[in-house]
Design a protein around this ligand. Sequence first.
Ligand code: IMP
Ligand code: MG
Length: 186
Amino acid sequence: MISQNMDQDILKVVFSEQKLHEKIAELGAQITEDYKDAKEDIYCVGILKGAAVFYTDLVRAIKLPVNFDFMIASSYGNGTTTSGTVKILKDLDYDIEGKHLIVIEDIIDSGTTMHYLTKYFQQRRPKSVKLCALLSKPSRRTAHVDIDYCGFEVPDEFLVGYGLDYAEKYRNLPYIGILKPEVYAE
Ligand code: IMP
Ligand code: MG
């Protein structure tokens, strides 16, 4: 059961609002520095829905003109199809040829989704592609992904909040935490 007071379902807060805020300021400053001389347009591509909350905070920490774009991708999991099969449910709105792409993702887990998307972006001949992920679970990786800007490495635990969901809930928690096991046991 999901409580009316979502805080009660959290076993432990892993990253507080303050800690997330500090890290995002750091990532934004680094990206601003790295792209300050860029001549071509910069496209910030958010991967929905998980990256929505991180995206809106991060873009405001980037002190350069950027364009917004979003994708929705879903990866088929758990053996029914070959792992590595990713379906694009919403494509980019813009032609990114010759542009700088900053892909913004909540978490890189197995790497399946981003490994596929990276190849997909390359086919569209952007000037450059970099990946900014708030979280990474390196112990779970099965597909290779280069993360250019990584917020935090995390152990193999199921996290919710700040965009991350369990059964589509908890995305609006302002912090990231570990869900109590009894929430899964219905
Ligand atoms: P992968 O890297 O293709 O395995 O998939 C990454 C996606 O799985 C992320 O974008 C999330 O939507 C989801 N995901 C992975 N780990 C977690 C977690 O701990 N909590 C919530 N969603 C997760
Ligand atoms: Mg996601």
